[in-house]
Design a protein around this ligand. Structure first.
Ligand SMILES: [Zn+2]
Length: 632
């Protein structure tokens, strides 16, 4: 299989493209031999669609010839869907179709099989949409998958619209032992289903226990809204990729069926739904090499690719996720890999086929410190505690989780190498002069970074817990845990107890327990230089309340609090994050409330220390006045 030259195909006329498509389609389905990749085939059909949108061939390709008993007339017609090839194209379709940004949309897989209808004991293909082929003879091979479960299709009493295909796991397990009419194994699942559907007599397939699956179209559906589509897109794509069916895209449709039907159809397509085809965002190329970059607690493989163009951008690198992914898929240098680029996300490799000349891409020793690497699946790790790159990534993750957003990798690297910082407490103890001494820092940038670091010393416990880099514990899970346990209680809890918390499970419980035990001294040090506040939960400013007689006017402290990101309030309620008291030994109504509601209490001096960068310098005029008095 060789990649085609896109620029050559762009020069062809509609007629020439049509000939190419007919040739490749017939090679694919009839000779069981694909000369070009699916992506390249889709590219050529797309060119034809651009040059001649009404071309009849467009509704006929991508389907095999079937051995049919007779034909059937579909009423209403089974139309094919209009297609888009990128997220921006999809978004512009959504924009012109929805009634409001809150309009609900359904996203479903677009299966890569044969569209079929089961009705009154007759199974028929979509055909050209109006006339389909009757293929009831194949029913003994077919299981029906619906949300309720799997049954033999013959036993389904009601009508179903769905896709006839071979599950990817079936193809791997079952079909490795099945041979086709030529006495050879099928090349891929699309090829197998085409081959089986073209058989007049299925007895050899029945004898070999071949299995086809009809998937009810409503089996998998994710809801989103027009305004959330962009953010949800990658998550939905990832979820759909996990499904065990061959797919070539997604279907996006309006959730309001009545409104969707009211939009009606063009000659070819319904207006209320659209297909998102992967081929615009995917291409196959050669894997030239693999580099291992440092991530949090692990090394991440990055693919170096023979350059390819996807949606107008040249792609040279793609993520390979982790060691497990490389081992499971047996990816080696020299393999042909399919790269996907969806939206703005990093391109990733979603498929691979062995190349002719292959070379192992695993490494055994750390590129930074030279220590022997450990396979701690799914990750590859450098476990040397002194490894600078590993510590940099861990500290970077901690810095992000605790909320110092201005400090990126290049500057943190400088801080680690030039100022010998290795931990969060050391970072908090940096002076403004330390930061100013770093290459590239000026007055304002020094002051900004210093303030941001100091502001991060006032945190809700969940951010602190997330900053400990415990495996599987991000800010959200940390919040769930801390709803049930205070940080102090958490440090005393046994793994069995922790495992009972909803959403934690034994594995996370074990890593929480072990990290808190092994890092007890680091945590103590950290706790000594930060101020814990209650979590507002919604990202709003933490509420602070003051009590007791203080040296300055209350407004002065409230202004400092505002500068440090707090919202000053007059009374202690459940949503208050911190109560600051001038005298911790004195019991006021507010301290009693705080104790009852579990709101943290802090002495004024400690609090002022934690926000000292926000405390204004003493007013000069006062001092002058004193001096004047003295002069008299
Ligand atoms: Zn290392």
């Amino acid at each position: 299989m060789t990649p085609i030259d896109y620029s050559y195909y762009r020069t062809l006329t509609a007629k020439e493209l049509e000939e190419k498509i007919r040739y490749f389609n017939s090679r694919y389905w009839n000779d069981s031999d694909a000369e070009i990749s699916d992506d390249d085939f889709d590219f050529i059909t797309r060119l034809l669609a651009e040059k001649d949108p009404e071309n009849l061939l467009l509704s006929q390709v991508n389907s095999p010839g079937v051995a049919a008993a007779s034909t059937i007339r579909h009423d209403p017609p089974m139309l094919s869907l209009d297609k888009v090839y990128s997220l921006p194209e999809l978004e512009s379709w959504v924009e012109k179709t929805v009634r409001s940004p809150e309009e609900e949309l359904l996203v479903q897989p677009k299966f890569d099989g044969i569209s079929v209808l089961w009705e009154n004991g007759v199974l028929s293909t979509r055909g050209d949409g109006i006339t389909g082929q009757v293929v009831t003879a194949k029913v003994p091979l077919i299981d029906l998958e619906t949300i309720e479960g799997v049954i033999p299709l013959a036993e389904c009493p009601h009508a179903v619209l769905g896709e006839l295909l071979i599950r990817t796991d079936d193809f791997q397990n079952l079909y490795s032992k099945i041979i086709n009419a030529n006495g050879r194994p099928f090349k891929n699942s699309r090829n197998a289903i085409g081959g089986i559907m073209s058989l007049k007599d299925i007895s050899s397939m029945l004898a070999q226990h071949a299995r086809l699956t009809m998937v009810d179209y409503s089996i998998f559906s994710r809801k989103t809204t027009a305004n959330h589509l962009h953010n949800d897109w990658q998550m939905i794509l990832d979820e759909i990729e996990e499904l065990p069916y061959p797919m070539d895209g997604l279907v996006v449709k309006l959730a309001d069926g009545e409104y969707m039907r009211s939009l009606g159809n063009t000659v070819h397509h319904p207006r209320g739904q659209i297909a998102f085809k992967f081929s615009g965002v995917r291409r196959t190329t050669k894997l030239l090499g693999v580099t291992w970059s440092f991530g949090k607690n692990c090394l991440t493989p990055v693919a170096e690719l023979a350059p390819i163009e996807i949606n107008g951008t040249t792609i040279r690198r793609a993520t390979l996720h982790n060691l497990q992914n490389i081992l499971t898929r047996d990816i080696q240098i020299g393999d042909m890999v399919t790269v996907e680029r969806a939206g703005d996300v990093i391109p990733k490799i979603i498929k691979s086929e062995p190349g002719t000349e292959r070379k192992d891409c695993l490494i055994t020793h750390c590129p930074c410190c030279g220590s022997e690497l450990v396979h701690d699946l799914p990750e590859l790790r450098c476990v040397n505690p002194e490894c600078l790159e590993t510590r940099l990534q861990n500290l970077l993750a901690a810095v992000r989780n605790i909320g110092i957003e201005r400090l990126g990798e290049p500057n943190l690297r400088k801080i680690m190498t030039d100022l010998n910082v290795r931990t969060l407490p050391q970072l908090f103890n940096l002076s403004m002069l330390d930061i100013y001494s770093l290459d590239g820092f000026q007055g304002t940038s020094t002051q900004n970074l210093y303030r941001e670091i100091q502001a991060a010393r006032t945190v809700p416990a969940c951010k602190l817990l997330a900053a400990l880099n415990i495996k599987g514990i991000g800010p959200n899970i940390a919040r769930t845990i801390l709803k049930k346990y205070s940080l102090a209680q958490l440090r005393e809890a046994q793994p069995e107890e922790l495992a009972q918390i909803e959403g934690i499970g034994p594995e996370r419980a074990k890593s929480v327990y072990e990290t808190l035990r092994d890092q007890a001294s680091i945590l103590d040090e950290l706790l000594s230089c930060i101020t814990l506040v209650s979590d507002t939960g919604d990202g709003s400013a933490p509420k602070i309340c003051f009590t007791g007689k203080m040296p300055e006017k209350r407004a002065w402290y409230e202004q400092i609090a505002k500068n440090a990101g707090y919202l000053p309030v007059d009374s202690v309620t459940e949503s208050t994050s911190l109560l600051v008291t001038s005298n911790p030994d004195q019991i006021s109504g507010k301290t009693a409330d705080a104790k009852r509601l579990g709101v943290p209490i802090q002495s004024l001096n400690l609090w002022l220390d934690s926000v000292r960068t926000f405390v204004p310098k003493k007013e000069e005029p006062e001092a002058e006045e004193e001096q004047l008095t003295f002069d008299f």
